[in-house]
Structure formats: C-alpha cells, structure tokens
Design a protein around this ligand. Structure first.
Ligand code: ZN
Ligand code: ZN
Length: 586
C-alpha cells in the first residue's frame, strides 16, 4: 500500500514539477487526493490485491528455496572418477530408481568439463565447491612440490591438528591450503552458522575440501576401519558416529564374496573378465570374479572395502546415520550433506573403464543411490531436498588396451626425461638447475641459478622448448608465459587455470591425448586436460527442478554459483564460475 501510494505520489510529483504549479508537499497531497477518481481507486485496489497475491504465493510455495529459513536439505554427491559416459554406457542395465530417476526427473548438463589441469581428486573437489580453479583456490593437486620445504606436501596435511577417533595419524588433516571459501561455507555464513554442513567420504580430501573451512568432515581410517575427523573440527566424535563405528558395518559388508550383480555373461558393455589390462588384489592370480573378500580382508585389513563397491554401501549407511544423527533437513535453515564416493576411483585405477569390475561397481552404486533417494523421500519428502551429482575427474582407458586397438597412446619415462634434461642444462650452463620434475611441472633451484648469475626465465624458456623433443609431450609454457599472457585455446587455458603464481613451478607441460605421465601397465589414471579426464556428469535433481537437459558447454566451476542462486546465498569468495540457473526450469 505504502509502495503504491509513494509510486503514485512520485508520478504526481513529476507532473507537478513540470507544471510548476505547487510548492509544498501538503499541497501536492491535497491535489493528489482531490484528483483521485473512482477509476483510480479501483486500479489501486486491484494492484494491492495482485501484490498481496504474489506475496502469499511466494511464502506459501513450499518449493521456494530462496527462503533459506525453510526446512530444506541440499545433498551434493561426487562420484570419484565417474566418466560422463558411464550413464549412457550402462543405461540398459540400471534400475529405474537410481541414475535413470535422476536423468528422468532432473536437469542434466551434458557437456560439463573440468577446465584446468591437473584433473585429480583434490583440485576436483575444491573446484566443485569453490566455483573456481587451482589458480585461485590453490589446491594444485593431491600433493605438490614445495620448493621451500624441498618436499611434496599432501593436499590436506596439517601437522598442527590431531586425529580424533583413531590412534593413527590419519586424522592430522584440515583444509588450510584451500584459499577460497566454499559454497558450504557461504551457506553457513549466510545463516549465521545455523545451517549444518556434514561432508563424508572414504578419502580425507574427498570429505575435507567440500566441507569447506567451517563445515564438519568425516573420513575413513583404513587401518582401524572407523570414520574419523581432526581437532580442526572438534575434539570428540559425535555420538551418532561412535555408534556407527561400533556397529562394524565394514565387517558385515566384507563378509560375502564380490560376485557380479547380474549374470556375468550379460556384461556385454565391458571386455572379458580375464584380460591383461587389469590389476588384481594382493593374493590373487587373476583379475576375475568372484573376489573372495572374507579371505582378502585377512591380508589387506578393513581398508580393503575402499577397493570394492561395498565402500559405496558403507558411505550410504553413514549418510543415513548423519542425516538422523544431525537431524539434517528438519532444522530452521537449509542444511547440506556432501557425499563423495571414493570406491569408484580405487576400482577404476585397478581395473580401468572397460572392465566388468567397473561396470558392476556402477550397477551397484545405482542401487545404493536408489536406496539413498528412497530413504530421503521417506524422511523429509523428495520436494524438500535438492541433489546435485557430479564427479571430480574422469579417466583414460588403459594404455595397452588402447594400443592393442591401434589408438595412439604412450607413457613417459620421467626418470629418463629428467636425466636427459640434466645432461642438457649441465652442458649448456655448467650445472643442474632442476630441483624437481613432476608429472606436469619443473621446479628450478632459483637460488642456485642466482648464484650462477643466470636468469630463471631464460633457463625456463630453454627447457620449455627442449621438452618438445620428447615423444608424448604436446606443449609447455613457462611461468612468465602464464603470468603475462591470457590464453584462449582450450588446453593452454586449462594450464593457465591450473597455474598459481605462488605454488606452481617454472615450466608447466602437457601430454598428447591418451599419454600417461608414468608407466602403468594395468588399470588407468587421470590428470590431463583432455576430454576423457575433463568431461563429467552434472545433474540437478529433486526440490522443484523440472526435467530437462542441455549440451551447451558448462564448467564444473558453474555448480557453486548455480547453487548459490537457488539458495539465495553468496558465491564462494574466489568464485569464477557462471550460474546455470537460466537453463533450468524451477
Ligand atoms: Zn578422484
Ligand atoms: Zn584417482
């Protein structure tokens, strides 16, 4: 009412100014009231009715997540090493209630990519939740060389904190190296920390980075088989987690052999079970079903579960305990649960994307997800939860599998490259300036170069050209190239987005497609800026999201700002992604 009155008053005032007839506000009001005819009043009453109708609609719409005081839950699911094509490749074998339900009911971004390198677990999780890339969030890799310490640092190591829930060092972890806030941090900042954020994974980095600097994170200690945390978060495990650990789900889940979910002869999407491209478990002679887990666990301990599909079941059980234990989704504000499934990565590394083992893992994960969705449906109703599912990177096919099928591939022998580069620089400069040769970077000894009155920029340039002589290396850029240029082609841009002025080395290089940075006869790996590593599934599902999809390219860094817009909260502090909300109907 006040708004409409002021609006009309302003309009009237403009007329007044133009006619210059009236000098005081009182006079304007008198004139305004006098000029109000029955017609005007009818319009005003209609406008008030319309406005109040809109207001009532917004506050009564149970699906309107913009009101963060609603009782809502966001569940972020990351499937470690999930290639985009695993949805279509195994489509005919999935149940109706897992991946198919997400695709059927949700909105799918079918050309979503990690747009930086290295595409590994630490940067992947950090990029999804910070909405930016290693150049800004600083999570350079799973571990990276620190020239000051002259050793590699692990992405979530933190010697200043203690393990909670175990006697081992597996809990000496925190997110201190991550330089941006996360979407989970921003949710908590907006709600004055009333929102609960719980992030769980078998991998420490899979739980810690998504949980941000302020959420809770719990990960698996493979020595004890318990989920743990660190004093960065709390001094004791919550009661619900103590109970979960005591219930020995690991023992139960490893008490049966791993056999295929469906008859093995129906796995026509994968190569034969016994083949030379797969690694196997310690104590086994061939990579073939059945995997006798009760026997294998005697050698490997409870950590074995991470390398089986039952690691996913363990995490779904933990998710259910976290939901009820923390009463997620039924508090005064939106809560967030993050589940990072690590087992698909361990299994993918050992067996590769063409294996029956990987296929069976996804068929079983499909069922685990269906069970999770059903549990949450029954708990708070599907309309009250917003899911998103993505991965942290893809994976290549096994190199020998590819070469046996005439697809170009190869592996670097880094030891040989290092010694050839050392010979070259020693011949040219009289000393060896290389401090460290990593899988995609060279760190130079800047002090030694200075002592020889030489310039690191010159040596970097020489090395970036010399590297191109090695088969398999596709290109190289120096830190000066990356500091002073803006690259627009996909690969150089990916290198640039993975370059951090304080944490990167002096030469960054990348490999040809399907080349590996080290020799790996069986299984596979990831880390490049090529499509098999960068393309990821991305589906928003639940709440009020309408079914749909697009193949317009998007970046993994777009997830966080999209969520921020749905939730009505701020972008992460370092966000560089763009919101995708305009694609979706909700
Ligand atoms: Zn990963
Ligand atoms: Zn991996």
């Amino acid at each position: 009412m006040t708004f409409i009155y002021n609006y009309l008053l302003t309009k009237q005032h403009l007329n007044v100014v133009i006619s210059s007839t009236y000098s005081s506000k009182e006079q304007i009001n008198q004139k305004f009231m006098r000029s109000m005819t029955m017609k005007n009043l009818t319009i005003i009453i209609f406008c008030i009715y319309q406005l109040s109708a809109v207001t009532v609609h917004a506050s009564e719409n149970p699906n309107h997540l913009n009101d963060i005081n609603k009782h809502r839950l966001v569940i972020g699911i990351v499937v470690d090493q999930m290639r985009h094509d695993y949805i279509s490749k195994y489509w005919n074998k999935y149940s109706d209630d897992g991946f198919k339900r997400m695709v059927r009911e949700g909105f799918s971004f079918d050309d979503t990519h990690f747009d930086y390198m290295p595409t590994n677990t630490g940067p992947g999780h950090a990029s999804v939740f910070t909405g930016t890339t290693p150049s800004i969030h600083g999570i350079m890799d799973n571990s990276w060389f620190d020239p000051n310490l002259r050793r590699s640092i692990y992405v979530t190591e933190d010697s200043t904190v203690m393990s909670v829930g175990t006697h081992t060092d597996a809990g000496k972890m925190s997110p201190i190296f991550m330089l941006s806030s996360t979407i989970s941090d921003e949710l908590r900042l907006t709600t004055n920390f009333r929102s609960k954020v719980v992030s769980i994974s078998l991998k420490d980095r899979g739980a810690i980075l998504p949980g941000g600097h302020t959420g809770d994170a719990y990960w698996f200690d493979s020595t004890t088989g318990h989920f743990i945390t660190s004093t960065y978060y709390r001094n004791e495990l919550p009661v619900w987690l103590d109970v979960f650990n005591r219930d020995n789900h690991v023992g139960r889940l490893l008490s049966n052999d791993w056999i295929t979910l469906l008859p093995i002869e129906t796995y026509v999407e994968s190569i034969e079970d016994n083949n030379p491209y797969e690694g196997t478990f310690r104590g086994m002679e061939s990579p073939t079903f059945p995997y006798k887990l009760p026997e294998l666990v005697k050698n490997s301990g409870p950590g074995l579960i991470a390398s089986t599909p039952f690691g996913n079941d363990l995490l779904v059980e933990l998710a259910k305990s976290a939901i009820t234990g923390e009463t997620l989704g039924v508090n005064d504000v939106t809560d967030m649960l993050i589940i990072s499934f690590s087992s698909p990565d361990y299994i993918g590394h050992r067996f590769g994307p063409s294996s029956i083992e990987v296929q069976d893992t996804y068929l079983r994960l499909d069922q685990s997800l269906a069970e999770l969705f059903k549990y949450v449906d029954d708990y708070i109703g599907h309309e009250n939860v917003l899911y998103f599912i993505t991965s942290d990177h893809g994976a290549a096919y096994n190199t020998n599998f590819l070469s046996d099928r005439n697809i170009p591939t190869g592996s670097l022998v880094r030891r040989e490259i290092h010694s050839e580069l050392t010979d070259y620089t020693t011949r040219k400069y009289g000393f060896d300036p290389i401090l460290h040769l990593g899988s995609s970077q060279i760190f130079l000894d800047l002090k030694k170069i200075d002592d020889h009155n030489l310039k690191a920029s010159e040596i970097s340039r020489d090395l970036s050209i010399k590297l191109l002589e090695f088969e398999g290396i596709a290109g190289a850029l120096t830190y000066e190239d990356l500091l002073f240029n803006n690259y627009s082609d996909q690969i150089r841009q990916a290198v640039q987005k993975g370059f951090n002025a304080q944490r990167s080395g002096q030469v960054l290089f990348w490999l040809k497609p399907n080349w590996f940075s080290s020799l790996r006869r069986t299984g596979t790996t990831h880390g490049t800026a090529w499509n098999y590593d960068t393309r990821a599934p991305l589906i928003f599902f639940g709440w009020n999201i309408k079914s749909g999809n697009t193949t317009i390219r998007s970046s993994i860094t777009d997830i966080a700002p999209t969520l921020a817009n749905i939730l009505g909260i701020s972008y992460p502090s370092g966000n560089t992604g763009s919101p995708l909300n305009h694609f979706m109907n909700y």
